[in-house]
Design a protein around this ligand. Structure first.
Ligand SMILES: Nc1nc2c(c(=O)[nH]1)N[C@H]1C(S)=C(S)[C@@H](COP(=O)(O)O)O[C@H]1N2
Ligand SMILES: [Mo]
Length: 221
């Protein structure tokens, strides 16, 4: 089971982001563009890679790291680092779209494709949602179809190097077709559910799904 760690007290950035959600900040008011449009509306490109989190970087050594997959699954999983890295390996290149309006192209990720994880744990017929639990107390929710996207993965490497601590190492989720807050850093557990359960940002004014091309930034968009 996931640790019952409380997320850290709300930082200035967290409070600003809650306010942006209330004010509808960064909304262009445009309708969703076709998927062929690489840069979603209201986004700008950045070449560096900003770090965004709750202001607390959990230090989880690869020795101490565990992945716990539980809930509505036929085969719960509890892997240590050796077991996790022995799973099938995938490499995907994808773009990052953060709801704070930066996007970053061509990120090369390596790790376990969520589809391979699903093959291992076999979600029940009535499992339609997942909640990701992280070592910093962060949570985020996804529909199972979004989690199962063909280029979604549990990434341990970026550009051929181990994922750094600031970007979520040892392991983070990457779901490229949704805003980056859905891509949980410092992944600890994946819970399969029959009913949806909004996560940290989803209960703080952010959209439940977060499709960048539909500008699903805030709840109500
Ligand atoms: N565990 C955890 N994962 C998280 C967050 C967080 O605070 N804690 N922030 C999310 C947000 S809002 C963004 S934009 C991305 C930022 O990832 P990066 O710091 O690697 O750019 O991580 C997401 N995943
Ligand atoms: Mo974000």
């Amino acid at each position: 089971m996931a640790d019952d760690q409380e997320p850290p007290p709300e930082s200035k950035l967290t409070r600003s982001k809650e306010r942006w959600a209330r004010e509808g900040r960064f909304l262009t008011g445009r309708i969703s563009r076709p998927e062929e449009q690489r840069l979603p509306p209201g986004q700008h490109l950045t070449r560096d890679w900003p770090t965004l989190d709750l202001g607390l970087t959990p230090e989880i050594s690869r020795e101490r790291w565990r992945l716990d997959v539980y809930g509505a699954v036929e085969h719960p999983v509890f892997w240590d680092w050796t077991q996790f890295t022995a799973q099938p390996q995938s490499q995907f290149i994808s773009d990052i779209h953060c709801v704070t309006t930066w996007s970053r192209y061509d990120n090369q990720w390596q790790g376990l494709a969520t589809r391979d994880l699903l093959a291992a744990c076999e979600p029940h017929e009535d499992a339609h949602f997942v909640v990701l639990h992280s070592y910093d107390g962060y949570t985020t929710n996804l529909a199972l179809e979004d989690f199962a996207a063909e280029d979604a993965l549990l990434a341990h490497s970026w550009s051929g190097k181990p994922l750094t601590e600031e970007h979520g190492g040892p392991v983070r989720l990457v779901v490229p077709h949704l805003y980056f807050w859905k891509s949980a850093k410092w992944l600890q557990a994946i819970e399969f559910l029959t009913r949806d359960a909004p996560g940290y940002w989803e209960v703080r004014g952010y959209h439940n799904r977060g499709d960048p091309w539909k500008e699903e930034r805030y709840s109500g968009d």
